[in-house]
Design a protein around this ligand. Structure first.
Ligand code: AQP
Length: 327
């Protein structure tokens, strides 16, 4: 069985972009792969987090993983901070990564742009991410488009380690879906829908109530003209909404175009809101049930144990190869 590992930063409340670009795939992959899904809470603090907010984001992401269909009996679901091998391996790989490589990361450039002071962790976190991945020797890392560069860096760091100290790490391939790998903002299709955006109108949260979803979709920016047509180059806003539609309904772009031919944007947007609501509502219901059952911490404890059992021997072997003495 091939192995997959991926994760989501607990840096905010999850958006429909996180669902379509990541979680939906995680759920499908667990059927056919040995699966490890992490909550990247150590990554979340690369930008300052208010402690109570961080705690609530961690809990929400964990509940949404399981409510969306991740099964703790099939997938190892764990908190990054609860598996100490990650931070330790992260340091080892920080010493192997080059400054120039980290400087080239576009996510660092985007997130640090215009900021007066930027935490050092924001700069070095791709080395920790390499550790997160390499510790499990996965074959595949399912990600959205924006994370591709980080997986490439992981491969470079893993290859450098293997060359210096002997083959240890599998070099994983990124797994990026053809559509939906980059869901854009509702108010500006040139920007990615992002959970840390300061503009709530730019995103749909997985836990937004139906009436909020309807309002946000009705206010989503559309291109000039009236035609519902998938053409990202000339109609980026409508194409983004159609991408969301196809992922929430299983209709193809051609079927959506045919359905709304000659009708303008109004009916399309109304139906789009309903397919999003129909996708998220069952998840929201399971989220509430799971939250009141209080079982999520047991799931995370079980996941931490399973993950550490895989990660620890790899860490110890890496240390031994580098010349450390494991007492
Ligand atoms: N808009 C998106 N469309 C498709 N995929 C997306 N992902 C995130 N946003 C979109 C994918 O979700 C996974 C988890 O992302 P992450 O939280 O670890 O980091 P991120 O890419 O930085 O996500 P955000 O929402 O933009 O978070 P913040 O605002 O905290 O930086 C990844 O596979 C990502 O590609």
């Amino acid at each position: 069985m091939k192995k997959v590992l991926s994760g989501i930063q607990t840096s905010g409340r999850l958006t429909l972009g996180n669902y379509i670009g990541a979680i939906k795939n995680f759920v499908e992959l667990q059927e056919t792969h040995e699966s490890y899904y992490m909550l990247a809470d150590l990554h979340a603090i690369t930008v300052q987090q208010e402690p109570a907010a961080l705690r609530s984001y961690i809990e929400e992401v964990a509940l949404l993983y399981v409510a969306s269909g991740l099964d703790p009996d099939r997938s190892t679901i764990f908190l990054q901070s609860s598996v100490p091998s990650h931070a330790e391996m992260g340091w080892l790989l920080t010493t192997i990564a080059y400054l120039g490589e980290l400087e080239r990361m576009t996510q660092f450039k985007d997130k640090s742009f215009g900021k007066e002071s930027v935490g050092a962790g924001l700069f070095t976190y791709p080395a920790l991410q390499a550790a997160d991945i390499l510790l499990y020797n996965p074959d595949l890392v399912p990600i959205g488009e924006d994370q591709k560069q980080h997986v490439e860096l992981t491969r470079d760091i893993g290859h450098r380690f293997n060359t210096r100290y002997g083959e240890l790490f599998t070099l994983p391939e990124p797994l990026i879906q053809k559509t939906g790998a980059r869901i854009m903002s509702l108010d500006d299709a040139s920007k990615k829908m992002s959970k840390s955006s300061p503009t709530p109108a730019s995103y749909i949260l997985m836990l937004d109530p139906p009436e909020v979803i309807r309002k946000k979709v009705s206010r989503a920016v559309t291109d000039s003209g009236r035609e519902v047509k998938y053409d990202p180059a000339t109609k980026p806003e409508i194409s983004n909404l159609m991408t969301i539609y196809t992922h929430c309904s299983n209709l193809t772009f051609a079927e959506i175009e045919a359905k709304y031919e000659g009708q303008g944007y109004g009916n399309f947007k109304k139906d789009l809101a309903e397919v999003i609501v129909a996708t998220l509502l069952p998840i929201q219901q399971r989220y509430e049930e799971l939250r009141s059952s209080g079982s999520i911490y047991d799931i995370l404890r079980k996941g931490a144990k399973e993950a550490e059992a895989v990660a620890r021997p790899v860490l110890l072997e890496a240390k031994k190869r580098m010349g450390f003495i494991n007492l």
